[in-house]
Design a protein around this ligand. Structure first.
Ligand SMILES: C[S@@+](CC[C@H](N)C(=O)[O-])C[C@H]1O[C@@H](n2cnc3c(N)ncnc32)[C@H](O)[C@@H]1O
Length: 345
């Protein structure tokens, strides 16, 4: 049985020395390397990767960070070293998608996209998009507004970069819209692109199961209902990586994730005819990544299909209705019989 990262003894959680130097495991088009990112990056073939998609640790005390607590400055210095070590493996016109959230110290928030823009710029990268990934689950804060988005920073090394819009277009909201009669030759013709519209820099992928036939939104940890959920505490959905793979790389190229976790980037790459290289220092996560790739190859990996709309409950569903107790409280407040006490929330 797979162990969660917080069930693994510290000596195994730290840089797994015995893994370093062992040969890579090849599964289909995906190769995974166990070991510390700084060392493993140095072993990659030079100029071999056209795209990087990754979500680095945020230094917020996740189980896989237990052994290397860093101050904010130490963390940024380490990440700078990671990106520097990645450079030789990148092609001249490579793109990098760095998916980041927020470092929190003593309740104070440090949004990581801010320093990362400067770090990448300092290493010669150019920012092409700062994408908001909005999701619909998470910690319910009571001393600030609950966080519900992270960012994906897309950088290119040069001005000559791959950007394929057509494979990632999404359905038009108003496909029947036409140019006005004052538009000359275009007058009266459909104004949108028949292939769909640009998905914009605001991405919304469901991180929960589609509850169409299974309305269980009152289960506390809805994350656990996502079809892709594993023991890993911070997966990103394969869909997110798929959009980056399709738009920012060509078939046959290699996509690298230096913090591959459970293999979302590799699945997205292989699914769309790219090669994948992944590094992670925790063997149990790589075991999940390998298992998922193998399942994908057999056609039985549960995935949310790319472009599937985020599900919203119908007004007739129980979860969408105001509970009876709240309606009664409201009536009491309105009648002035609530005792005049300030309530929470
Ligand atoms: C935010 S998670 C990435 C999750 C991944 N995107 C997914 O969907 O499963 C960061 C990963 O970095 C790995 N990691 C942390 N420190 C590392 C290091 N020094 N070298 C290699 N991997 C490391 C952790 O094991 C963890 O799986």
């Amino acid at each position: 049985m797979l162990r969660r990262a917080d069930q693994i003894p510290p000596e195994e959680m730290s840089s797994s020395k015995k893994e370093i130097g062992t040969s890579a495991k090849e599964i289909g088009e995906a190769r995974f390397f166990a070991g510390d990112v700084l060392e493993r990056l140095q072993g990659l073939d030079s100029a071999s990767c056209a795209l990087v998609i990754s979500s680095p640790p945020y230094n917020i005390g996740k189980p896989y960070e237990r052994t290397d607590e860093r101050t904010y400055d130490e963390y940024l210095a380490w990440q700078t070293q990671v990106i520097e070590n990645m450079l030789p493996a990148l092609t001249e016109n490579a793109s990098v998608c760095w998916q980041v959230g927020t470092y929190i110290a003593d309740g104070e928030l440090f949004p990581l996209d801010v320093p990362f823009v400067e770090i990448f710029r300092g290493l010669g990268f150019r920012l092409r998009n700062r994408i908001i990934w909005r999701y619909n689950f998470g910690y319910n804060a009571d001393k600030r507004f609950s966080g519900r988005y992270e960012t994906v920073l897309w950088f290119s090394r040069t001005n000559t970069y791959t950007f394929n819009l057509d494979p990632v277009r999404i359905p038009q909201l108003y496909p029947g819209k036409r140019h006005s009669t004052s538009k000359g030759k275009k007058a009266g013709k459909p104004s949108g692109n028949p292939l769909g519209k640009n998905p914009s820099d605001y991405w919304e992928f469901s991180a929960v199961e589609d509850f169409q036939n299974n309305p269980v939104w009152d289960i506390p940890n809805v994350k656990a209902n996502h079809p892709e959920h594993t023991e890993h505490p911070c997966q990103f959905p394969v869909e997110l990586a798929e959009r980056c793979v399709l738009a920012l790389s060509k078939a046959g190229e290699t996509v690298l994730d230096p913090f591959i976790g459970t293999g979302a980037t590799a699945i997205a790459a292989v699914k769309h005819g790219r090669h994948a290289v992944g590094i992670d220092r925790y063997p149990p996560y790589l075991a999940i990544a390998e298992e998922r790739i193998a399942q994908y190859a057999k056609g039985d990996l549960p995935l949310r299909p790319l472009g599937k709309p985020v599900r919203r409950p119908r007004s007739t569903e129980r979860v969408a209705q105001v509970p009876l107790e709240w309606r009664q409280d409201q009536t009491e407040v309105e009648l002035g019989s609530a005792g005049g006490e300030d309530g929470e929330g």
